[in-house]
Design a protein around this ligand. Structure first.
Ligand code: UD1
Length: 417
């Protein structure tokens, strides 16, 4: 098992360029199967989750070529309807193939999804939306069998603005007969990116980024090339790396609007942030201020995917902070690892009370999930002595060359077998 070893105490400085967004590219790659066409996607990050999606596309019969940060998918030869079980268990997002495959072939078989172990993460809203569009769905022995002779446009009212359920509904509706209206849709920027990709290939979707998305079904798709949006969570993670080390980092290739909630909290914690259109400079404080209250929320609220990283920062803040996790249950597994490093954290259900300590000390820790893993590396950057983070594969699901990038910024960090 690979480990990251960090010797803390270095002030990080320099520039880092943000890669394409994992959570945008995965639904976009799923969407490539819809139209029996060729898609060329640029700014594709080299991540474990993208490798899994590539394997799924290949297993369905698509031709795929990948070079550096470009991926070309020809979905014309697609001739299978079953998503291999082992690949679904590796990545929860494979569930968005359901909507895309129903649009393409009217049939799909998929096992119950895996991915990060953060709460029960049910898929009831996905299935409800697909049923409303006309799919017959049976669940038996851990598999989901979905079939639709014809998908029909309809009105879908989501009970919660779920990102995945919104994407699945959009994907299925692209080829449905008539118009679909999705209300209480998630407003995440990644959904706008999916809309832009699909529209460029011939779909007729509007409203992404608001709570009401309208999809007019179409029959014809054409070849498309598209550049994925930058990853706002990767950007936010490097911003915390600067904040937690009192550093000075320029983060390039960002969309500033996507980062406003993170910027606001990092400023509250004492960072100075200067920005223009597609880059920002963040100067970390000598010691972070505590933050009275952080509540994770659907976009444009503070992202749950930044909760672990900000917790790492607040462990060394001057005062006590409260973090309320409202999006996922059971998303505080990193807290017990931070406590091993000397952090003072008390958990009350979905609320964490973080009492800042003067200094963390290096310890042997284990990444339990993707963002929790990044949080431990960040904590290690600030800690006295050596921190070991085990189960690096979690981190590699979402960060390209994480330790290398941090090393270039001046961290004393390496990965070992
Ligand atoms: C996506 C992101 C993930 C991010 C999350 C919230 C991808 C690949 N992943 O995950 O990084 O943390 O959005 O911003 O884009 N829920 C149900 N029933 C459903 C669907 C969801 O109860 O059918 C619940 C979930 O358990 C969770 C909440 O809704 O508590 C939000 O989940 P959702 O927005 O669907 O997140 P994902 O799409 O899984």
């Amino acid at each position: 098992m690979e480990k990251i070893i960090v010797e803390g105490g270095r002030r990080l400085t320099g520039e880092v360029c943000v890669t394409g967004a994992k959570n945008a590219v995965l639904p976009i790659l799923a969407a490539t199967v819809i139209g029996a066409n060729e898609s060329t996607i640029f700014n594709v990050p080299n991540l474990k989750d993208v490798d899994v999606m590539e394997k799924i596309l290949l297993s369905l019969g698509c031709n795929v070529k990948r070079m550096d940060n470009m991926m070309w998918v020809d979905s014309k030869p697609l001739d299978k309807i079953k998503i291999p079980e082992d690949l679904v268990s590796e990545m929860r997002s494979s569930i968005i193939l359901m909507g895309a495959m129903l649009a393409r072939t009217g049939e799909v078989v998929v096992s119950y999804p895996g991915g990060c172990e953060i709460g029960p993460r049910p898929i009831d809203m996905h299935l409800k939306a697909l049923r409303e569009l006309g799919a017959d769905i049976e669940e038996s022995h851990g598999f989901i069998y979905a079939k639709a002779a014809e998908l029909k446009g309809c009105e879908i009212q989501l009970d919660y603005p779920s990102v995945g359920a919104t994407e699945n509904a959009i994907l299925a509706a692209t080829r449905a007969k008539g118009t679909t209206i999705i209300r209480n849709a998630a407003r995440e920027p990644e959904i706008v990116d999916l809309q832009n990709f699909l529209n460029k290939a011939g779909a007729k979707i509007s409203g992404a980024g608001t709570s009401v998305v309208m999809v007019e079904g179409v029959d014809k798709f054409h070849d498309v090339s598209y550049t994925t949006m930058p990853d706002r969570i990767v950007a936010g993670t490097y911003m915390v790396a600067s904040a937690i080390t009192g550093g000075e980092i320029v983060v390039k290739n960002i969309v500033i609007d996507h980062l406003q909630a993170t910027i606001a909290k990092l400023k509250e914690a004492g960072s100075l942030i200067y920005y223009d259109n597609d880059s920002l400079k963040i100067v970390g404080p000598k010691r972070p201020n505590s933050i009275e209250m952080i509540q994770t929320l659907p976009y444009p609220g503070f992202p749950t995917d930044m909760q672990a990283q900000i917790m790492a920062l607040l462990t060394i803040a001057n005062g006590t902070s409260i973090i309320s996790e409202t999006v996922f249950e059971n998303r505080f597994k990193h807290a017990e690892e931070l406590i091993k490093m000397g952090a003072s954290i008390k958990l009350f259900g979905n609320v964490a009370v973080v009492k800042g300590v003067k200094e963390l000390t290096g310890a042997k820790t284990t990444a339990k999930d993707l963002r929790g893993g990044a949080c431990l590396v960040l904590a290690g950057l600030a800690a006295k002595g050596i921190t070991v983070v085990e189960n690096v594969y979690h981190i590699e699901r979402g960060y390209e060359n994480f330790h290398e990038e941090l090393r270039k910024l001046g961290a004393e960090i390496r990965k070992v077998e």
